[in-house]
Design a protein around this ligand. Structure first.
Ligand code: SIN
Length: 329
């Protein structure tokens, strides 16, 4: 009996001693992404970490995993729902299994520039889309820019007919697949982490991406031509799981959100600078020739690719497409 009492008492003592240690353990936010650290998203994630850890020292720790070190974009949202990662910022082209409406952002030649993209994202319709993942247990916390996409290839692309029969790597988006099929090319959905090797080994002929990604992932070193097409946008949604977000203490959540908003503002500034400076570095490298289209040539791409809008109107919604298009004005 005495032995039993001693055992119970010592178990209680252990619990008592261990309790403060548990109570003081910081909340860990694992932030996973696929790009390099010297990119808009990489710098945004690092700034977010710095701000959160400064403002919530000892209470919240942010662990950033760049360059697909933890998860690629195909797995990251599943992992988030399982609680294995708390934040990520996949490209808007990578949400198709969770919602069809975000396919909007992949429609070719929908936005004339990043200012139009920004106007739409900040409009009521754009802000509503942050809630489009909610039924699947995810929350959109904000948009982050990267920039307009360009076409890189192993041959000169001036008119749509030049792309006929070429294999292009695309993100996991049916709209992007339709966009390349519209010019007679063969789209291949592949993870970002494989693109350099696919290009280097000539398993594919080309790809589409922003100046920042083409530069930071060295695609320009293995692609002799880049057509400045500005035919689409590559932007991100910073997401978290509802369970994690709503589980954060009420005095912590607003500080995390404010830090994220400030980090996004920095990321957007970096994106806008890099769309100029990374293009310049690529041009100056002499490794890849940058091709400028005439208005007539560009119009041929628009004419060839624009029928894709009609193809996806049923899934995205005409009203939403109109709202996005009107942000160009
Ligand atoms: C990214 O910028 O996050 C990746 C884009 C891609 O998969 O091409």
């Amino acid at each position: 009996m005495l032995l039993k009492k001693i055992t119970v008492l010592s178990a209680l003592l252990c619990l008592f001693l261990a309790a403060p240690a548990f109570a003081n353990k910081p909340i860990v936010i694992k932030f996973s992404h696929v790009v390099a650290e010297n990119t808009p998203k990489g710098q945004m994630a690092n700034k977010f970490k710095a701000l959160v850890e400064e403002r919530l020292a000892g209470k919240v720790e942010v662990k950033v995993y760049p360059s697909s070190q933890l998860f690629g974009d195909k797995k990251v949202l599943q992992a988030m729902l399982l609680g294995d990662v708390q934040m990520a910022a996949p490209s808007l082209s990578k949400f198709k299994t969770y919602t069809k409406t975000l396919q909007l952002f992949d429609l070719p030649f929908l936005f004339k520039d990043m200012e139009a993209v920004d106007r739409f994202q900040q409009s009521p319709a754009g802000q509503d889309l942050l809630k489009s993942l909610s039924k699947k247990g995810l929350i959109g916390l904000g948009y982050l820019h990267n920039g307009m996409k360009q076409l890189s290839a192993s041959k000169v692309l001036k008119v749509p007919a030049d792309a006929k029969g070429l294999k292009f790597r695309i993100m996991g988006s049916d709209v992007l697949a339709a966009q390349f099929q519209a010019v007679g090319a063969a789209p291949l959905k592949k993870p970002f982490s494989e693109v350099f090797t696919l290009l280097q080994t000539k398993a594919i002929d080309g790809q589409e991406n922003t100046w920042s990604n083409i530069y930071s992932k060295k695609f320009f070193e293995v692609q002799p031509y880049i057509t400045e097409s500005d035919h689409g946008v590559l932007d991100y949604m910073v997401v978290t799981s509802k369970e994690f977000w709503m589980g954060l203490p009420d005095d912590i959540r607003p500080v995390v959100k404010k830090s994220l908003d400030e980090a996004i503002a920095l990321g957007n500034k970096v994106a806008s600078e890099k769309s100029v400076s990374d293009k310049k570095k690529i041009t100056e490298s002499g490794r890849s020739e940058v091709i400028t289209l005439t208005d007539a040539e560009r119009n041929l791409w628009v004419e060839a690719m624009k029928p894709v809008w009609k193809q996806f109107e049923g899934q995205i919604g005409k009203e939403l497409i109109d709202a996005a298009y009107n942000s160009n004005k």
